[in-house]
Design a protein around this ligand. Structure first.
Ligand code: NAD
Ligand code: DAU
Length: 357
């Protein structure tokens, strides 16, 4: 194991999104000696409601801004004496990338390069002081698996969607900055997350929201595509482990060894919600509607998370049974949040508070 890296001032990008906000909640309590500066543009996916309770913390600061704004990034790195960057900010939804790839390239590739470059200059100015840049990535960069086998860190990149291609491009830039400049990077690649604050355009929260509202449940293709699900808080603890204990230049897969066919997960969520809502058994399954397949739809993802377990001692804490029940209860208790993020009402509030994008 490499020497421990204990950051004192961490720049988190995209910290108002699903995983970034869960990470900030986790990290502020796990690392009491560290300040967190959250740089987020507050796109449709960013929501400060996700950070309730954090905003009063004196070790936390929010800055609304773009990772592609080099001047702003340079200023923040300097004035906050940043010694670590955890880079979550991205356009994250595959379907949106199919509709319009350009924004994905701008944010995920060009934005990452600008952030990397400013961080590298800042690191240079700091001389030999310890520093880490952690790129948050996805198992989708590896492409699609057949019925057997797992993605390892050595699996060649073979992205199939504009989203995953943009993430693979960013991962290669991160690699290049390490190889070319010796910049101390880390790169994690995680499987599908689920849990609180998940935007209801993604499979699990969309199904929960539609079941509650008794709307159709759109199933792409034959519903037999496989995803490997991990609770978002387990992702947060894995990112912390990699930041603190990972070896510079390292790539770490993160996953929970928890493969599900989409249709089986949809059945499970339907049945759990029927019980919670007092509906007749099987009622919500009637909402299932098979629709046209996603173009280039990857068939199966499955992560081999052996390296992070062996080298850094990380393992998930959640069982899927517990995680999915808690997630369903969270959505039932937070229907107002779902309404707000889907109605766009909260955007007006941000425009007033932080100005127009
Ligand atoms: P998300 O869409 O919920 O959040 C993205 C956040 O980034 C939002 O708060 C948004 O406002 C912000 N953002 C977008 N463009 C920005 C810009 N130019 N400057 C500053 N902020 C900007 O995404 P998520 O699901 O939380 O994913 C976070 C990261 O984790 C992404 O890099 C994604 O590729 C990766 N990832 C996601 C999953 C998953 O299952 N959701 C799994 C593995 C990896
Ligand atoms: O694997 C990690 C990736 O997981 C992340 O990098 C992405 O940011 C994240 O969005 C997620 O990508 P997926 O494409 O796997 O997630 P999504 O929730 O969009 O879809 C999950 C599966 O469910 C996929 O096979 C498509 C299917 N699906 C999805 C939706 C939204 C449906 O059948 N119906 C739907 O309405």
């Amino acid at each position: 194991m490499a020497e421990l890296f204990v950051p004192r001032a961490l720049l988190v990008t995209g910290g108002a999104g699903f995983i970034g906000s869960n990470f900030i909640h986790h990290f502020l309590s796990a690392q009491p000696g560290c300040r967190v500066i959250n740089l987020d543009l507050l796109t449709y996916a960013g929501n400060l409601e996700n950070l309730k309770g954090v905003e009063e913390n004196p070790r936390y600061r929010f800055v609304r801004g773009d990772i592609g704004d080099g001047e702003l990034v340079a200023q923040l790195l300097l004035e906050e004496q940043i010694d670590g960057v955890v880079h979550f900010a991205a356009e994250s939804h595959v379907d949106r990338s199919i509709d319009g790839p350009e924004l994905f390239i701008r944010t995920n590739v060009l934005g990452t390069q600008i952030l990397l470059e400013e961080a590298r200059r800042h690191w240079n100015r700091r001389g030999g002081e310890p520093f880490r840049f952690l790129q948050i990535s996805t198992d989708e960069v590896y492409g699609s698996l057949g019925a057997t086998g797992y993605f390892t860190e050595g699996t060649p990149l073979a992205a199939n969607s504009p989203y995953s291609a943009s993430k693979a491009g960013a991962d290669l830039l991160v690699r290049a900055y390490h190889e070319t400049y010796g910049f101390p990077t880390l790169n994690t690649r995680c499987s599908n997350n689920y849990g609180p604050y998940h935007f209801p355009e993604k499979l699990i929260p969309l199904m929960i929201a539609n079941i509650i509202a008794e709307k159709p449940l759109p199933v792409y293709g034959d519903g037999r595509n496989i995803r490997d699900w991990l609770h978002v808080r387990d992702h947060a603890s894995a990112v912390e482990a990699v930041l603190v204990k990972g070896a510079a230049g390292g790539v770490y897969n993160i996953g929970g060894n928890n493969e599900w066919q989409n249709i089986d997960i949809i059945h499970l969520v339907c049945d759990l919600l029927d019980r919670r809502l007092g509906r007749a058994a099987g009622k919500s399954r009637e909402l299932i509607t098979y629709v046209k397949d996603r173009p280039g739809h990857d068939r199966r993802y499955a992560i081999d998370a052996g390296k992070i377990k062996t080298e850094l001692g990380w393992e998930p804490a959640y069982t899927f049974e517990k995680g999915i029940e808690e997630t369903i209860d969270w959505y039932l208790d937070n229907q107002e949040w779902v309404k707000e993020v889907t109605s766009g009402a909260y955007r007006d509030y941000y425009e007033q508070m932080y100005g127009r994008r």
